[in-house]
Design a protein around this ligand. Structure first.
Ligand code: HEM
Ligand SMILES: *[C@@H]1O[C@H](CO)[C@@H](O)[C@H](O)[C@H]1NC(C)=O
Ligand SMILES: *[C@@H]1O[C@H](CO)[C@@H](O)[C@H](O)[C@H]1NC(C)=O
Ligand SMILES: *[C@@H]1O[C@H](CO)[C@@H](O)[C@H](O)[C@H]1NC(C)=O
Ligand SMILES: *[C@@H]1O[C@H](CO)[C@@H](O)[C@H](O)[C@H]1NC(C)=O
Ligand SMILES: *[C@@H]1O[C@H](CO)[C@@H](O)[C@H](O)[C@H]1NC(C)=O
Ligand SMILES: *[C@@H]1O[C@H](CO)[C@@H](O)[C@H](O)[C@H]1NC(C)=O
Ligand SMILES: *[C@@H]1O[C@H](CO)[C@@H](O)[C@H](O)[C@H]1NC(C)=O
Ligand SMILES: CC(=O)N[C@H]1CO[C@H](CO)[C@@H](O)[C@@H]1O
Length: 328
């Protein structure tokens, strides 16, 4: 009897452990006990630096997006090298990450947090929090960032290539890419709204200006006046140096400018223009543009929180990286 009971207790405990592990979830204020100042350290760091370097807000929200779309939001975008995938093969050096910036910014926050509570706060959470706080600091929307993400140990060049949508994607391609991350068309339109801030390299769209179908032609979906202006900046198909604003005139303001431009056929990338090729998406964009910005902000917040939950590692999965660029 006694032996039976202890055996059963072990089985029940095992089942509970598996269940609780599977149920481990992100939660608001996850570090409330273990590192009570963690979120404040991120916020203070952002508030002291972003006003002097506001373009980093764009870099950081994009970093969070790239992190979440490859192996879930697990900080793998930050890895220089691992024993499995070495430096020449990590996500960082995969073409889609082209021009990802802000690694030093995350390292700066991580160093302060490690000093306060070593080995407690994940790099993935720091990226998620820094992205939110930077966007808020430049006057953009806020969103909830439940925490408790654990860091991954693998970063893979090829996976970044397959999981990050390139700027040449059409609507069907984008829908498939988002669906594979549990995101729908509404999320696609809302999250693309982040292109209201930041810049892109000519190489991300110069095919639309100079060689759209391989006959030295221009993308007919691009407003011709806008194309002419872009050609003055990006003077050839091969220009891989010049950068242009994605939402010209309000590149640092998180507003409805991006969506207004889409309706004027002035989205910069094919993937931006693609959003108006689907009737439902276009109707949604029209609704966003004709509503007060708060409506966009509120919906954007929901989509960001959803993105921040993609394939997260929690509980005892992964690790808490000591150095964001290196697996422990
Ligand atoms: C729909 C699929 C998406 C595609 C195809 C796409 C593509 C791109 C490309 C090609 C660039 C410019 C890179 C360069 O040339 O330097 C860019 C920049 C940017 N993307 Fe996206 N993106 C997408 C979704 C998102 C999402 C979901 C977010 C955030 C929620 C985001 C935020 C940004 C930001 C802020 C920048 C500017 C970065 C900077 O100024 O450093 N993008 N994106
Ligand atoms: C990671 O790589 C960057 C740039 O290649 C380098 O500056 C940094 O020192 C590296 N970090 C570590 C911990 O090796
Ligand atoms: C990276 O991912 C690809 C595609 O899933 C896979 O074929 C390859 O083996 C991976 N590379 C490493 C070093 O794990
Ligand atoms: C690192 O990656 C390169 C390029 O894929 C490969 O040739 C090399 O063997 C790898 N080195 C190690 C130590 O895994
Ligand atoms: C993108 O869509 C086109 C047609 O809509 C299709 O032929 C192509 O295979 C898709 N590409 C990817 C990578 O999904
Ligand atoms: C997408 O998902 C959100 C919830 O995450 C929902 O509110 C929205 O209606 C969905 N959109 C579509 C087109 O299904
Ligand atoms: C335009 O594309 C075609 C077909 O891919 C190619 O043969 C041609 O060299 C390209 N033109 C330029 C200027 O790169
Ligand atoms: C830009 O193109 C030149 C010439 O094709 C090449 O040598 C250089 O490495 C490229 N630079 C970048 C940042 O890709
Ligand atoms: C930060 C970083 O490593 N970016 C790389 C992204 O991919 C391009 C093209 O492969 C590299 O040149 C960058 O160095």
């Amino acid at each position: 009897m006694g032996r039976m009971n202890s055996a059963m207790v072990i089985v029940v405990m095992g089942v509970l452990a598996i269940a609780s592990c599977a149920q481990a979830q992100l939660s608001l204020g996850f570090y409330g006990q273990s590192c009570p100042n963690a979120e404040k350290i991120v916020l203070d760091y952002v508030r002291s630096r972003i006003p002097k370097a506001p373009s980093l807000a764009a870099a950081l929200i994009r970093m969070h997006f790239h992190d979440c779309f490859v192996r879930g939001c697990d900080g793998s975008v930050l890895l220089n090298s691992t024993k499995i995938a070495n430096a020449s093969q990590t996500e960082k050096v995969s073409p889609p990450n082209l021009s990802i910036r802000g690694f030093g910014f995350i390292d700066g926050i991580k160093a302060l947090i490690e000093k306060e509570c070593p080995g407690v706060v994940s790099c993935a959470d720091i990226v998620a929090l820094a992205a939110r706080d930077s966007v808020v600091t430049i006057g953009g929307p806020s969103w909830s960032v439940p925490t408790g993400r654990r860091d991954g140990t693998v970063s893979n060049f090829t996976e970044a290539l397959f999981n990050l949508p390139p700027p040449t994607f059409n609507f069907a391609n984008l829908t498939v890419a988002y669906a594979s991350k549990g995101l729908n068309i509404t999320d696609l339109v809302l999250l693309s709204g982040a292109h209201t801030i930041g810049v892109g390299h000519c190489t991300s769209f110069s095919n639309r200006l100079y060689n759209f179908t391989g006959r030295g032609d221009q993308d007919p979906a691009l407003d011709s006046n806008y194309a002419a202006r872009l050609k003055q900046k990006c003077t050839s198909l091969a220009d891989n140096v010049t950068i242009v604003e994605m939402d010209p005139g309000s590149v640092r303001t998180f507003d409805l400018g991006y969506y207004s431009l889409l309706l004027k056929r002035r989205g910069l990338f094919q993937s931006d223009a693609a959003l108006t090729t689907n009737a439902a998406a276009k109707a949604f964009i029209t609704k966003l543009v004709s509503s007060p910005p708060e409506v966009f902000f509120q919906l954007f917040a929901g989509a960001m929180e959803k993105m921040g939950r993609i394939e997260v590692k929690t509980g005892s999965a992964g690790e808490i990286r000591r150095n964001c660029a290196l697996v422990n």
